[in-house]
Each structure stands twice: as structure tokens, then as C-alpha cells.
Ligand binder design. Structure first.
Ligand SMILES: CC(C)(COP(=O)(O)OP(=O)(O)OC[C@H]1O[C@@H](n2cnc3c(N)ncnc32)[C@H](O)[C@@H]1OP(=O)(O)O)[C@@H](O)C(=O)NCCC(=O)NCCS
Length: 314
């Protein structure tokens, strides 16, 4: 049994097609100014013919390469996604074959909190000794469930994938995690189709989601620091779910963390749901902002609602 689950590799992938705010304003009644002011988003990526598994495969291989391990050494794969390629089998099993692994693999659905839930699940496998090397991926092709004629949602979402490889460690790793769910808010944010013979799109009460997100994530960030006996000064980086810059800033302000200690990628990626935290993490690791030994706070909220945080010594 290992004392900690440590992140030993990160990876990500964005499909090449860029959709700018100006592109959207040609087909729906919106503007770059409105979208930038209300959300901080300038552009997002969109798949053409790539699947959720295709994006996950590239992100996973990048993370394995950084970790310096072969896919055959993995003990478990957890893929967080809201946009699986099929009703079944799990997209994680397709990913397992695509990267040449042979371990158990399953999908986890917790919408925009999916990466936090998957990371916490992986940590439990490692700490109980049931697994030593675990691949956790967040991958989304949300453009498939966005109504491109609905200006209240079409501006927000993007496609992409991010991944981490976790390993058992005696030194350091995930220090704390906390998960919450409250299913009362089903109608605030959902795809309401019955999955059998209807194609559904994201439906959202934006204003309500905004307020609840700020509220729940701020309280959670405070609670996490308190339970870890830490002050926000001891945090090196916040790596939040990338939904809206105003949500991120409000949470950072509540825990007195300056924005230069927050990794922000939504301007170029929009909200990529379960992929957004590992995408942001990988960018900041690869450009040298995040260094080994630093303390990172991940936090995010998604439909349900489900929300959670993970505090990591990287
Ligand atoms: C969606 C969101 C950006 C809308 O911003 P808002 O400030 O709450 O705006 P409102 O919904 O109150 O709409 C204000 C006005 O802008 C209009 N509007 C909505 N979308 C618009 C767009 N893309 N372009 C221009 N105008 C728009 C509305 O119709 C409304 O007009 P009205 O006052 O004439 O009725 C914001 O609520 C948000 O980000 N919520 C959180 C969503 C989220 O993060 N979801 C995922 C969680 S994981």
C-alpha cells in the first residue's frame, strides 16, 4: 500500500479547428464583446471527425511519455467524460486498446466535476494497494451536444482532452480531496433527452448555475484549506475548472489568492467539462509555471450538481 498517489505525468490534446467569438457572431445574435465581458472566452476548439477516444488517446500518450512508463504497466484507466462515443462499451475500453494497455478500464460520469471525481477514485485504488499506476483522463466532444443556434450555451463549450498518470508514492502526492453532490438541481443544467431515440442538447439556466457555482466552490475552497490547516499563501497554484472567468475570479478572491497564481486557459479553450482541469494543468506544467514540489488546488463543479476539490503536492 502506498501512502500517497502522485502525479508523475501530464498530457493534453486540442483538436485543430478554432471557432472564435467572431465566427459565432456570424450565425447567432451575439458579439465578441458580449462573450468576452460575460465569460472571458475568446475562442474554443471543435472536432471535425475526431471521437472522444481519439482526443483521449493523444492526451494519454503524452502523459505516459512524460511519466516515462509504457501503457502495459498501467493497473487501471479511468476516463471521465460526458460525451462517450457510444452508449456502450465504455469509451475507456476503446482507449485501453488504442494505447496498448491491458488493465481494467471504466468511464466515470460527473460532468464538469468528472476529473476531480476520477482523480479521487484513482487515489483510493492506489492508497488501498489495489493499483499502483493509474491513468486518469478527461476527454470531451461537447460540440456534439451543443445546440449551435442557442446563444446562451453555444458560446461556452469546447472540445479537448487532458490526462495524468498517477503512481503510488511514499513521499508526496494528493494531500486531500473532497466530493459533494446534490441532485436537486437537475433542471438547471442537463441534457434532457431519454438517450434512446432523441438527440439532446445542453439546456442551462445560466444565471442560476453561475450563482451556485460561485457559492459552492468558494465554500469548498475555504473548507479545503481549513481541513488541511493551510492558508491560501501556501498555495502555489489554483488550477480550477474553466467555466467562466468571473466564477474563477470570485472564488480566487474569496480565498485571497491573486489571479497571477491561477491557471486560466478558458480564453482559448472555452469550457471543456471533464477535460478542462487536466488541460490547464498540462499547459502550466509544460510551460514551466508549475514545478515539482509545489502545492496545487484543483476544484470544479458540474451538472447535478456535483462538485469537489483535490489538493496536491505536485
Ligand atoms: C451564461 C452566462 C455567460 C450568461 O451571462 P449572464 O450575465 O448571466 O446573462 P443572462 O443570462 O442574465 O442574460 C442577459 C442578457 O443577455 C442575453 N444573452 C444571453 N446570451 C447571449 C449571447 N451569447 N450574446 C448576447 N446576448 C446574450 C440574454 O438574452 C439576456 O437578454 P435580456 O436581458 O434582454 O433578457 C452566465 O450566466 C454563466 O456563465 N453562467 C454559468 C454557466 C456555466 O458555467 N455553466 C457550466 C457550469 S460547469
Amino acid at each position: 500500500m502506498s501512502k500517497f498517489a502522485r502525479i508523475i505525468g501530464t498530457g493534453s490534446y486540442l483538436p485543430p479547428t478554432v471557432v472564435t467569438n467572431d465566427d459565432l457572431s456570424k450565425t447567432i445574435d451575439t458579439s465578441d464583446e458580449w462573450i468576452t465581458t460575460r465569460t472571458g472566452i475568446k475562442e474554443r476548439r471543435r472536432v471535425t471527425d475526431e471521437s472522444t477516444c481519439d482526443l483521449a488517446e493523444i492526451a494519454a500518450n503524452n502523459a505516459l511519455e512524460m511519466a516515462g512508463i509504457d501503457a502495459s504497466e498501467l493497473d487501471l484507466i479511468i476516463l471521465a467524460t460526458t460525451t462517450p462515443d457510444k452508449i456502450f462499451p465504455a469509451t475507456a475500453t476503446m482507449l485501453q486498446t488504442a494505447i496498448g494497455a491491458s488493465c481494467p478500464a471504466f468511464d466515470l460520469q460527473s460532468v464538469c466535476a468528472g476529473f476531480i471525481f476520477a482523480l479521487t477514485t484513482a487515489e483510493q485504488y492506489i492508497k488501498t494497494g489495489a493499483a499502483n499506476k493509474v491513468l486518469v483522463v478527461g476527454s470531451e466532444t461537447l460540440s456534439r451536444i451543443v445546440d449551435w443556434n442557442d446563444r446562451s450555451t453555444a458560446i461556452l463549450f469546447g472540445d479537448g482532452a487532458g490526462a495524468v498518470v498517477l503512481s503510488g508514492s511514499e513521499e508526496t502526492g494528493i494531500l486531500h480531496s473532497k466530493l459533494y453532490s446534490d441532485g436537486k438541481y437537475l433542471s438547471s443544467l442537463q441534457v434532457s433527452n431519454n438517450y434512446i431515440n432523441e438527440t439532446g442538447f445542453i439546456e442551462m439556466a445560466g444565471n442560476e448555475v453561475f450563482k451556485i457555482a460561485v457559492n459552492r466552490l468558494s465554500s469548498l475552497a475555504e473548507e479545503t484549506l481549513k481541513e488541511c490547516n493551510m492558508s491560501s499563501d501556501e498555495l502555489d497554484w489554483m488550477v480550477p475548472h474553466q467555466a467562466n472567468l468571473r466564477i474563477i475570479s470570485a472564488v480566487a478572491k474569496r480565498i485571497k489568492t491573486p489571479m497571477d497564481k491561477v491557471v486560466v486557459t478558458l480564453d482559448k479553450q472555452g469550457n471543456t467539462s471533464a477535460a478542462s482541469i487536466p488541460l490547464a494543468l498540462d499547459e502550466a506544467v509544460r510551460d514551466g509555471r508549475i514545478q515539482k514540489g509545489q502545492t496545487l488546488l484543483f476544484e470544479g463543479i458540474g451538472g447535478g450538481f456535483s462538485w469537489g476539490s483535490v489538493l496536491v503536492k505536485f
